[in-house]
Design a protein around this ligand. Structure first.
Ligand code: SF4
Length: 358
């Protein structure tokens, strides 16, 4: 525990990001109506994606990483997903790994997950199953018939692994959009009644979704849903007592408040650390500060796979200066979470939430 806190403190001084979202593939077997990555998914070309050898070079040039989110596309469509994760755990001592999944291939997902849990016993994993509606409504939002049933199968297979491994959580994520804005309570209630999960996260549709109407929601509607989720989180303790996860849950509650304030006041609430503590790598090796700002910081393939050369290049510095000078703001949850973690001024708010969670 002490070593984990120490490594978090060290990450304040690291010259490379400690939170990395890595889109390991743009291949996807869903066609979600609110997907912000849909353009990359539609033009996906497997042969152009980073190979495992290239990924190993990238990893060797990064310092330690606290949190790695292995994303996509559907990340579990890459056979070498466990090898990618093991590479970062070995070279960068990753403490948390998050894998969001559409849960369309239950056996495959459980197999790849077990490989990671078994090989990396010192790392905490989070497998996040997407549930955006109940039954056919989920299938309709995700563009795949039978998807809802597959989520249930995936959950059952992962649930069985709980007796063997203690280093993983099963989470559910629901993306708040115009397609399900009136069904949030029903979805959360259904999950509570049918699954033993560790955390149910509500995300807000972001970027330029496949169907623009996905963003036809009101601030009031989102706030109401977020308040409902917050009350639920206060009521329900995590399945396992882990102070780090409880802290993270408290930070997520503060994040919710920051999002509401940002939406209402249309301004930066906390300075953004994207491009510094937090970074996006895409499937072809391009580096971005976040998922929303389409300002490329550089291309790892052209910089000998060394992210430091990108972060401290003229182009990289220009992007960071832009974020600072324009007081860039958005509602991207992962970025806000980092803005809280790396801003001591936000800690009193986190502690306040923590009091209710303990
Ligand atoms: S505020 Fe949002 S859009 Fe701007 S850099 Fe940060 S994460 Fe990206």
């Amino acid at each position: 525990m002490a070593s984990k806190i120490l490594s978090l403190v060290k990450s304040f001084f690291s010259k490379t990001p400690s939170y990395v979202i890595f889109f390991i593939t743009a291949k996807c077997n869903s066609r979600c109506r609110m997907c912000f990555y849909w353009k990359n998914i539609e033009k996906h070309q497997e042969q152009k994606e980073l190979t495992i050898d290239e990924i190993k070079k990238i990893s060797r040039n990064l310092n330690n990483i606290q949190y790695l989110s292995v994303s996509g596309g559907e990340p579990t469509l890459r056979d070498d997903m466990p090898e990618i994760v093991k590479t970062f755990v070995k070279n960068n001592k990753v403490k948390f790994v998050s894998v969001p999944t559409n849960a369309l291939q239950p056996e495959r997902i459980a197999g790849l997950s077990e490989d990671m849990f078994r090989s990396c016993p010192g790392t905490s994993f989070r497998i996040a199953l997407s549930i955006d509606g109940i039954g056919k409504e989920h299938d309709d939002i995700r563009g795949v018939k039978g998807n809802f049933e597959k989520v249930g199968e995936t959950y059952r297979l992962l649930d069985r692994l709980r007796s063997k491994y203690r280093n993983f959580n099963i989470d559910v994520t629901t993306v708040y959009s115009s397609f399900n804005k009136d069904k949030i309570k029903d979805i959360f209630n259904w999950v509570e009644q049918n699954m033993k999960i560790d955390n149910h996260v509500l995300l807000l549709t972001r970027g330029n979704p496949r169907e623009g109407i996905a963003k036809d929601v009101t601030i009031e509607g989102y706030e109401k849903a977020a308040k409902f989720v917050e009350k639920r989180t206060f009521k329900k303790r995590g399945r396992r007592k882990d102070i780090r996860l409880t802290l993270l849950r408290a930070a997520k509650l503060v994040m919710r408040d920051v999002i509401s304030k940002t939406l209402k006041q249309k301004r930066m609430v906390l300075p953004c650390v994207a491009g510094d503590k937090f970074v996006i790598l895409n499937e072809t090796g391009k580096v971005y500060p976040c998922e929303l700002l389409s300002m490329e910081m550089g291309d790892l393939r052209q910089e000998n796979y060394d992210i430091k050369r990108i972060l401290f290049s003229a182009k990289g510095r220009k992007v960071k200066k832009f974020i600072k000078d324009t007081k860039c703001f958005c509602t991207f949850e992962c970025a806000i979470q980092n803005n809280i973690i790396y801003n001591p001024l936000a800690y009193p708010a986190v502690l306040k939430k923590l009091v209710f969670l303990r």
